[in-house]
Each structure stands twice: as C-alpha cells, then as structure tokens.
Design a protein around this ligand. Sequence first.
Ligand code: ZN
Length: 177
Amino acid sequence: MKKESVLELEKRFKYLIPEPPSDDGYIHDLKLFGLMCNDGWYNLVYVLFTKIDEHLEYMSDKNKQNFFVSEVKEKWGGLRVYLHGFDNDNLIRKAENISQGICEDCGKKGILSQINYWWTTLCDECIILHTKKGFDRRKTELSDERLSNQFIDNLFDNTEKYDKFLKEQKIVLPQRV
Ligand SMILES: [Zn+2]
C-alpha cells in the first residue's frame, strides 16, 4: 500500500500503527511489515476495520485490552486478516471472500487469476498491464470506477447482494478446517 494510504488508515484505526516488539518477545508481522496489500483494497480494509471497531464496542473491557492486529496481507490472491482476541470470525471471512472480487491494484471489480504461478485478484485491464510489463504493482493506479465504501458496506450487510457478488465475480469460497 502507498505510504499516504497507510497513514490515513493508521490515523483512523490506531491499532494498525506498528509498535515496538512487546515483552512476550514475539514480533507480529504487522509490526515488521505493516499492511501488506495493494491500494485497490483500501476501501475494503477501511470498511472492514470500521465494522471491527463497531464490534469492539460490544466486547468486554478485558477482551478489548487483549485485542491486537497481527497481520493484514494478501495471500493466494485474497485478503488475509489475523486478529488476536477478536470473536467475530464471520466478519473476517466475509472480507476475505469479498477481496477475491475486487482488483487489488485499481479497486474495480476483479477476478481471481494466475500470472506466472502467482494467484492474484485483478480486473481485465490490470491483468493485461501485468502480463505486458511484468508483475509490478507500483506502476498501477486506482480507477475512478473503484468500488465505493458504500457498495462494500452493502456487501457485508445485505446477504442477497453478497451472494450475487460472489456469483458474478466467480468467487470460490476456500475450504476451511
Ligand atoms: Zn484493476
């Protein structure tokens, strides 16, 4: 993610600010690497953490104290969010599933695809760009047609729209054990 995007997110969600290693001696990936996904998912990450914030309000003070963000990254073409001390897995799974329908580079609707053995979620234009120029995310720009916060928010809250989106974007839900 671009530096200005990361700063915006850190300003809004304080727990995304990397801290020095804690006393337990374990250094979490967020602290080492920060947010490891591209700007096309900015709105998705923003909406997700707004919902995480809302959910934290309902958690006990003790649980809230134990809460921290361990990782936010791209893996196998989808968003992965690892939280500690959070009890709403459904929210995280939904965000991860939705990410497989949003171009990680420009934020338009995208499809999970494979380039040179790398799984990635991109729109038709971004995938052509990558195929021609080689895989370099730094050269991509956000699209004016990127999915809005409101659209993404609807996907979380409206089961009908969520199901339709998964179908349209050919999203195959990963098996979880
Ligand atoms: Zn794109």
